[in-house]
Ligand binder design. Structure first.
Ligand code: COA
Length: 386
């Protein structure tokens, strides 16, 4: 009998060249490049190219990729009509999955997605679709932000970077200042890929059936929406509000740990040191505070909580994860908490698309086995005799 691993924990489900994580040393690389170097030097557009195509682009390759991303920012009116008919009380992730699912119907294509050799028709199709989907993700999230409060969506601008245009559309035509645009850009880079997590696995499984890309990304969005995957940063904000002031952090922590409650934004299945993404986000938060000349009370409380956790949780290998500081940062730049996971989805689309391409380049449909624990064969009993 095969050994059973609940949640497939520790079971390799694919061979991949996309990202690498060393949780003991706190190292995350995309295609071999450390996340810290990408956050300092790259842009989301370049990082997406790296993830999807496998290498850093040349000047010309990046210019072409970026130009295509800008061209495909607009979505059809019919998609806007679908969004208009959705309840404004719905969660933005529900809207996003619905809108992304519908893309396949409006942009149909019958090219097979199984790539048999580099540069073949299918690879060109997969590449083209990746650009179209990635370009539209930010548009859909930003459109909904305006539509759900009764505004017409702001049309995209093609003279702005991916991150700046997203914020411009999201904030009803207000162009972000360069530091805020750069912060969003770095947040997108940091969330773009993270080895084989639940949503990436969902994308791979769907891709392995050779389903069209709208299905692949819609499956991943639905998986990311669960509270065990995306969404912990929303909880961090609630938690920091509950703590109230930095001085309360140690006593609040003692109380929660005594009640065996979880501290949001702390701990990670893979990282047993501080998540490198948390360190980068913390620096960005400080940079923002310095540029504004004031420090956010939530940030101060978070710093005090991290310090209090150091003594009790660090010995167990529990440190801040990416969600600990990302929510505070988003909140400071005007993103409402229920949109945090949608922004995660925009960024992670780059990783999902990279895994989709890798999957359909070496495809074998996922068909795991099971350990049957049900009845032995038995005779059907007529309903009157039960
Ligand atoms: N708050 C309090 N204690 C925590 C903790 C947290 N956030 N994370 C782990 N611990 C404790 C566990 O209770 C356990 O203590 P014990 O040995 O005394 O029983 C110990 O640390 C080891 O944790 P373990 O449960 O083995 O870690 P895990 O790998 O199974 O859990 C998470 C990983 C992410 C599920 C967990 O850390 C968590 O729930 N974090 C909060 C949610 C969150 O921020 N999620 C976003 C992840 S990116």
């Amino acid at each position: 009998m095969s050994e059973f691993h609940p949640g497939l924990e520790g079971v390799p489900a694919k061979k991949s060249k996309i990202s690498y994580l060393d949780g003991k040393q706190g190292i995350l690389t995309y295609r071999g490049y450390p996340i810290v170097e990408l956050a300092e030097n790259s842009t989301f557009e370049e990082t997406a190219y790296l993830l999807i195509d496998g290498e850093l682009p040349s000047v010309g390759q990046l210019a072409k990729f970026d130009a295509q991303l800008r061209v495909h920012r607009r979505v059809k009116y019919n998609i806007r009509d679908i969004m208009k008919s959705l309840p404004v009380t719905g969660h933005p992730m529900e809207m996003l999955q619905t809108a992304v699912s519908s893309l396949g119907m409006f942009y149909p294509n019958d090219v097979p997605v199984q790539i048999r050799s580099p540069g073949d028709e299918s690879e060109r199709y997969v590449h083209g679709q990746s650009i179209r989907i990635l370009a539209r993700m930010a548009t859909l999230v930003a459109m909904w932000q305006q539509m759900r409060i009764g505004n017409d969506p702001t049309p995209p601008r093609s003279d702005l970077s991916y991150a700046a245009n997203f914020l411009y559309m999201f904030q009803n035509g207000v162009e972000p200042d360069p530091l805020v645009a750069r912060i969003m850009d770095v947040c997108l880079i940091l969330h773009a890929e993270h080895t084989l997590n639940a949503s990436t696995f969902a994308a791979m499984v769907t891709g392995s059936t050779l389903a069209m890309p709208s299905y692949v990304i819609a499956a991943a969005i639905g998986t990311l929406a669960g509270p065990l995957h995306g969404g912990a940063n929303e909880q961090v904000i609630q938690m920091l509000k509950e703590i109230g002031v930095p001085e309360q952090a140690p006593a609040w922590l003692d109380k929660k740990l005594a009640a065996k409650e979880v501290i949001w934004g702390m701990g990670h299945r893979e990282y047993k040191v501080k998540d490198p993404r948390a360190t980068l986000l913390q620096h960005l938060m400080r940079e923002l505070a310095e540029s504004r000349g004031s420090i956010s009370p939530l940030f101060e409380t978070a710093l005090a909580l991290e310090e209090a956790c150091e003594a009790v949780l660090a010995p167990k290998g529990v440190y801040p994860n990416v969600d600990f500081y990302s929510g505070i940062l988003y909140r400071e730049i005007g993103i409402p908490p229920d949109q945090f996971t949608s922004i995660f989805a925009i960024a992670r689309t780059a990783g999902w698309l990279a895994h989709w391409r890798e999957q359909v380049s070496q495809n074998r449909i996922f068909r795991p086995t099971q350990i049957y624990t049900g009845h032995d064969p038995r005779k059907y009993v007529a309903i009157a005799a039960r």
